[in-house]
Design a protein around this ligand. Sequence first.
Ligand SMILES: *Cc1c(COP(=O)(O)O)cnc(C)c1O
Length: 396
Amino acid sequence: MSEIFTGNFTQQEPIPEDAIEAAVRVMRHGRLHRYNLRDGEVSETALLEQEFAAFTGSKYCLAVASGGYALSAALRAVGVQAGDKVLTNGFTLAPVPGAIANVGGVPVFVEVTDQLVMDLDDLQAKIASSGARYLMLSHMRGHLVDMQALMTICDATNVQVIEDCAHTMGAAWNGVASGTQGVVGCYSTQTFKHLNSGEGGLLVTNDAEVMARATMLSGSYMLYERHLAGAPAEVFEDIRLDTPNCSGRMDNLRAAILRPQLTRLRERCDAWNARYRQVEEGLRNIPGLRVIERPVEEDYVMSSFQFLLPKMGSVTIQDFIAEVAKRGVELKWFGAELPSGFTSRHDNWRYVPRQDLPQTDRILAGLLDLRLPLTFSLEDCAQIARIIRDVLIRRS
Ligand SMILES: *Cc1c(COP(=O)(O)O)cnc(C)c1O
């Protein structure tokens, strides 16, 4: 009898009871807008910003409407203007090139390696050939590039780095929190990321001017003094009348749901990693399958799992996916010609000038991915790995 997995790959945990109570309190008093305060009151949103700044060790934090909004506000706040080139990963998720397009920037894709991180040789070559002054570095699927090497390259060439940490909230490189090495770090609190408010985003920086511009962009109605992790008021003097309000604030309801989750983030990260290691263990030593080896400098948080089937052709991969699906295991394949449910291939973004990325294309052709929601037990993860192993071994 073949085993069949019956878990649901998109079912996250419920919102914790204390977070539900905090949300109900906000609804009872009715002041959902972050700047709608009684005398002496501080908003849930401002408190969340203060707590997230402390969590990452950053001076400033701004809560916004989505991760994608944080990315585009960050680009604009560091000075990207229409027509400017912005380097980014050839393998990322659609909101990343979307954020660049949103500010009128032109994405220049950099190859990724078979460790699924940015190829630093190609980065150097493309900084030189494009003349781009900005890099939007996507820590796609939680894989961290050698941040020291990357920052050395970017500092030497005056390239400003914005980090897309949608998958690295809670992660670190050599002990430094992901999102704090570039000028700005951007995070998402959308349901499938590490904190869940349905939609939402956070941005951190140590640069007061960047923070002031991002705050104006998010739509502060000149009420920026009601922040707790905001730039000093005097920094706004030169900025406030020159920065448009591109409304994208977070509200107190979402912040109320997020604050109690943030206090549990560390243990949640450990729970994800335990699940990740369980799958990794189960998928080692299968002919034709490669797990991604992780550098010792990397403290990852893996809410999904990636593996490579480098030698399998695309027809066979399609069969393989169909077979594991029959046994209840949902895999995403980044090599599919046409997007379904998500897009991560540079050639699916036709609003961007066509670019040649042979290395990335070759890697994506054999790259598979599965989600690891915390509703899965360790035994569920072991079973998922057994099913993948069984299908692969039967086929070989
Ligand atoms: C989810 C995601 C984002 C953007 O997040 P939203 O909150 O959905 O806008 C950005 N980058 C990556 C890699 C993501 O997975």
